[in-house]
Write a protein that binds this ligand. Structure first.
Ligand SMILES: NC(=O)c1ccc[n+]([C@@H]2O[C@H](COP(=O)([O-])OP(=O)(O)OC[C@H]3O[C@@H](n4cnc5c(N)ncnc54)[C@H](OP(=O)(O)O)[C@@H]3O)[C@@H](O)[C@H]2O)c1
Length: 320
């Protein structure tokens, strides 16, 4: 898409942000503005109707308002049950819905997209595209170039997830907790013997990478950090891949920025996935270890969804 075309699309495309008052929604509005989108409508629950954000009044997201049309793209960051209720109405109203909840991620026929990894899948949508979990996005961005070069045989992950991953209220709680009292948390529901978050990370990574049998296990932990999810990743590849070669591949990978010691603070406010500590794993054959960190509100949520929308808008502009 030419720059002129690009800026005209950004001025004219009508975008709805549903969940605009939340942790992800707030960042979504900020990023859309930064990228030059002018025609925005903001929605949240009845609790927020009439509130003003960025000079715009927040509307209550009801099935009727969303079904009434007038939106080209709808970016949803509400919980799964609200998404299940509202997304079909936005689609019926003519919008493409990009949903960040778990509601549609594993549904057959609904693309689950990370633009750098499987962007072409976004164009196969039938009205809904799902945005993956905030750890699955950076993980697949880092794994894809390694898989393309040497084939993934096994992946193990330990996460260190920030408070903002649990929403705006949890961010406020952390801000008001004295640092000496801050602690780790494991605040997810169980899915069998593991947390839902751990099961999601496995299922979503397999779907995005299109490796349905990839052996992958995770241990997820919430840490007292405001923004930025970190992941220690142990990878085994089918073919040998040296740490030097992995480093080179990651250096040129889309959406990755290599950093010696990536931290949540360094990742917060950045678009790229930071990857560092790339080294051989002496405990495994063909093993590598890396440390991956990303801003969970940006690449883990709002930015990834906007990038999906841009892939779809680009296709519409080319077809126009
Ligand atoms: N935080 C992350 O890092 C992250 C990353 C990836 C995906 N996600 C997903 O994104 C979604 C939102 O997460 P968040 O962290 O932004 O949560 P949050 O800070 O709690 O915000 C929730 C938003 O949803 C709105 N909402 C709740 N129920 C609604 C309803 N029935 N109708 C319309 N709007 C409703 C809230 O509006 P009110 O203010 O009016 O209550 C608020 O705007 C969740 O599905 C989450 O799993 C989050």
């Amino acid at each position: 898409m030419s720059n002129m075309h690009n800026s005209r699309v950004r001025r004219e495309v009508r975008i709805g942000v549903v969940g605009a008052t939340g942790a992800v929604g707030t960042v979504t509005v900020q990023l859309l503005r930064e990228r030059g989108y002018e025609s925005l409508r903001l929605f949240a629950s009845s609790r927020s109707a009439g509130k003003r954000i960025d000079g715009l009044a927040v509307e209550e997201a009801t099935p009727e308002t969303l079904a009434a049309g007038g939106l080209d793209v709808c970016l949803f960051s509400v919980g799964s049950s609200a998404s299940r209720e509202l997304v079909p109405h936005a689609v019926a109203g003519g919008a493409v819905a990009i949903d960040k909840s778990t509601a549609y991620r594993l549904q057959d026929g609904i693309p689950l997209v990370v633009p750098e990894v499987n962007g072409a899948r976004a164009l196969e949508h039938d009205g809904i595209v799902a945005n993956p979990n905030c750890c699955a996005i950076p993980l697949t961005v880092a794994l894809k170039p390694l898989h393309d070069a040497a084939g993934l045989a096994r992946v193990r992950v330990a996460t260190y997830q920030s408070a903002s991953g649990a929403g705006a209220r949890r961010m406020e709680q952390l801000r008001s907790t004295p640092s000496a009292e801050a602690d780790l948390a494991m605040d997810w529901d169980f899915d069998g013997v593991e947390f839902e978050e751990e099961a999601k990370l496995r299922a979503e990574t397999r779907k995005i990478l299109e490796l349905p049998d990839l052996p992958i296990s995770a241990t997820t932990v919430r840490v007292p950090v405001l923004i930025g999810h970190a992941e220690a990743v142990w990878v085994e590849t089918a073919e040998p891949l040296s740490a030097t070669d992995a480093h080179d591949l990651l250096e040129h990978a889309d959406g990755v920025r290599l950093q010696e010691f990536p931290t949540p603070r360094a990742a917060a406010g950045r678009d790229e996935v930071l990857v560092g500590r790339v080294r051989e794993d002496t405990a495994a054959e063909n093993g590598l270890v890396l440390f991956v960190v990303a801003d969970n509100l940006r690449k883990g949520a709002a930015l990834n969804a906007i990038q999906i929308a841009e892939l779809i808008l680009e296709r519409l502009a080319v077809g126009a």
